[in-house]
Write a protein that binds this ligand. Structure first.
Ligand code: SF4
Length: 367
């Protein structure tokens, strides 16, 4: 894996900066402001995306803010320039989902991913602008999805790994009815400056317990565990070197104003005296395909690629991780060419260690 690919596998779009919630650990700097994406931005992105989608699977992920806060009419207008081969996804807090939104998702073939952290007691940090718990409104949105027979994914943030939590969460999400689950250990990112330094044994134990819970009833595609098992299987088969893509996926995030930030959506909306606004260009002044072809020349991106090479030469987990995420380096280390972060310890190193711990604890006795 060297350098950045010119064609991404998906694009993240920010239809509005606004979010109707105010979760305690949120990283978004502009979530109280309603800055909406103009239609000209969607048209410009679609001009590059439609040809990519015609030659292979391609997704647009509508991410905010809270994308549904842009309203159905505006979101429909933003979707219109994209051709039928483009798959659309939304990452939503679910609180605005009702029958009308479900009909909208069905009509446009939009795949929904819901942010929810587990049962009521685990959602204390997902709150409204008035500071009240959002849990009942989240569940009402999920109930609407289920009523309409719409499949959905779930994304949960774990802030305090502790014994028993992984089993509690997995059982909860089985009941909730999602078919894909992603788990993020809370990250120090953006405007969330809380530390993510955690007890190593607690995090490793959390992942090990999660593997056990999943193996007892593996109905849900559990994102992190399936990645890890795929890697472990490839190591055993001697094919691990083939797992990482040949080049980094640029994963462009197109902000509400058309500016393009590659590799880490979390950098959008921030500025730094050394790195400027982190953008590699704006779709209102240059085609997205052209911006991505030159993204490697964005100064911070070059520094990040130096960091990836440092990971490659120093870290035994590189084959699994591929060098981590740019935003975690920046927000934890203040620059892009470092290597280990608390994020990669929690979500890469301890994840893999947890899967191995589970395997060691459950290996069959020798015959
Ligand atoms: S686990 Fe951390 S140090 Fe290792 S490759 Fe990933 S980011 Fe780099």
């Amino acid at each position: 894996m060297r350098g950045i690919a010119a064609v991404p596998s998906y694009v993240v779009m920010q239809p509005t900066t606004l979010c109707n919630l105010d979760c305690v650990y949120c990283y978004l700097p502009l979530r109280a402001a309603d800055r909406r994406m103009p239609l000209t931005v969607a048209e410009a992105v679609a001009a590059s995306v439609n040809p990519w989608a015609a030659s292979g699977r391609f997704s647009v992920v509508w991410h905010g803010g809270e994308p549904l806060a842009a309203g159905r009419e505006h979101l429909a207008a933003l979707l219109a320039p994209f051709g039928p081969a483009v798959e659309h996804h939304v990452q939503t807090n679910a609180t605005l989902i009702d029958d009308a939104w479900c009909a909208f998702f069905a009509k446009h073939g939009i795949r929904v991913s819901v942010s929810v952290d587990g049962p009521r007691a685990r959602n204390g940090e997902r709150v409204t602008r008035g500071g009240r718990p959002a849990y009942d409104r989240i569940l009402a949105g999920v109930a609407a999805l289920r009523r309409h027979g719409l499949p959905f994914s779930a994304l949960a943030v774990v802030s305090r790994p502790e014994p028993g939590l992984a089993t509690e969460l997995y059982d909860y999400f089985l009941d909730l009815g999602c078919d894909v689950l992603g788990i993020n250990i809370e990250e120090t990112e953006g405007v969330n400056t809380r530390t993510n330094a955690r007890d190593a044994a607690a995090v490793t134990g959390f992942w090990a317990e999660l593997v056990g819970a999943w193996r007892r009833d593996p109905r849900i595609h559990l994102r992190e565990i399936e990645w890890s098992l795929r890697y472990a299987g490839a190591v055993l088969a001697g094919t691990a070197d083939d797992l990482l893509p040949r080049q980094l996926d640029p994963i462009p995030t197109v902000s509400h104003d058309g500016s393009v930030v590659v590799l880490s959506p979390e950098l959008a909306g921030f500025t730094d005296p050394r790195y400027g606004d982190f953008s590699s260009g704006n779709v209102l002044t240059a085609p997205l395909a052209e911006i991505l072809a030159g993204a490697g020349r964005t100064p911070w991106v070059g520094e990040f690629l130096t960091g990836v090479e440092a990971c490659r030469s120093s870290c035994p987990y590189f084959g699994f991780c591929g060098g981590g995420h740019a935003a975690n380096r920046y927000f934890e280390l203040g620059r892009f060419d470092g290597t280990e972060t608390e994020h990669c310890r929690n979500s890469k190193i301890r994840l893999l260690e947890g899967v191995l711990e589970h395997a060691r604890d459950h290996e069959s006795p020798a015959a």
